[in-house]
Write a protein that binds this ligand. Structure first.
Ligand code: AHR
Length: 309
């Protein structure tokens, strides 16, 4: 296995001749989802005896580019990363390719035209997640005659999940003109930003029927803002989020959120498996889509006791 760097100064990983060294550039620690994802990657690496060089980019593309360059210099065997935004990766990915270090995309995609720059992309279908959110809304309001005013908390600007969850949702609700997105802004996938932006929405937009938040954390921040404004989350304003982390599921079971589309952060085991296969020269699919479901309030109550994250 490996690319012949084992045993050399920076590349061997200290785990014997065959130990794989993986450089992993994580987006940051912006959400409960991300924390669960980091844990999954770290514990799967340990189980697979893969030496993980972990780097946290604090939601900044420049940090990820630096980390990838440093992995190339260290001659790691393989690089995996979760790109904070979709565009602007071609140069650094070319550098890895020239150094013959394979790259796996995990969780988020890049928009590079040259798909030989990475071996595979493991992660969710974010467009599908947005569609599921929209489908629930259409069903929930199927008998409503009046306009349904929706506010949207978008994820990190330029990120694949923000772009795709927005697009999938808009496509589904767009079939019926009674659904109106009256305000849409980024909350950067964080609780603090979700709260701040929701406070502004509540001031600027008098009749909000529905909040669609691109992740649980922003939804949870928004719940604080809604309660602070004297309104009842889940009743006065219906809330749809994405992820299904424990805190989100608790709020769903408590009636403060109405529907959650699951996005699984448990990508570690599949990532390590794919890395081993790539380094053995085995064929792997160009796209590996994560399996996920959705939860309403009753389903959340049933799932909570055994929820892992
Ligand atoms: O890329 C996955 C998204 O990133 C999650 O839905 C969100 O919580 C995280 O920050």
């Amino acid at each position: 296995t490996g690319c012949g760097s084992s045993g050399s100064e920076g590349g061997g990983g200290g785990g014997g001749d065959d130990a794989i060294v993986m450089g992993f550039s994580q987006v940051g620690a912006e959400s409960g989802w991300r924390t669960a994802n980091t844990k999954s990657v770290q514990s799967a690496a340990e189980k697979s005896k893969i030496t993980l060089r972990f780097s946290d980019a604090q939601q900044k593309q420049e940090n990820q580019i630096k980390a990838i360059r440093s992995f190339v210099q260290q001659k790691v065997d393989i690089i995996a990363f979760s790109p904070v935004v979709e565009s602007g990766w071609d140069t650094v990915l070319k550098e890895a390719q020239n150094a013959k270090i394979p790259v796996i995309l995990t969780d988020r995609a890049v928009d590079s035209k040259d798909t030989t720059l990475y071996k595979t992309f493991l992660g969710s279908d974010f467009v599908e997640e947005g569609k599921k959110a929209g489908q629930w809304l259409v069903e929930e309001y199927k008998d409503a005659k009046d306009t349904v005013n929706i506010v949207e908390l978008q994820g990190t600007t330029g990120s694949a999940p923000a772009n795709d969850r927005k697009a999938g949702f808009a496509e589904v609700i767009g079939a019926d003109p009674k659904f109106k997105i009256v305000a849409s802004q980024t909350g950067d996938f964080t609780r603090a930003k979700g709260k701040e932006v929701m406070e502004a929405f509540l001031k600027s937009t008098p009749d909000i029927d529905v909040l669609y938040a691109h992740n649980d954390d922003m939804g949870l921040g928004a719940i604080e803002a809604i309660e602070g404004a004297g309104k009842v989350p889940g009743k006065d304003i219906k809330i749809i989020t994405v992820d299904a982390v424990k805190d989100g599921m608790q709020a769903l079971a408590d009636g403060k959120i109405n529907f959650i589309v699951e996005c699984s952060p448990l990508l570690g085991p599949q990532l390590m498996d794919l890395a081993q296969k790539v380094l053995k020269g085995e064929n792997i699919p160009a796209r590996v889509v994560t399996e996920e479901t959705t939860f309403d309030q009753e389903q959340a109550k049933a799932a909570l006791p055994t929820r892992e994250y």
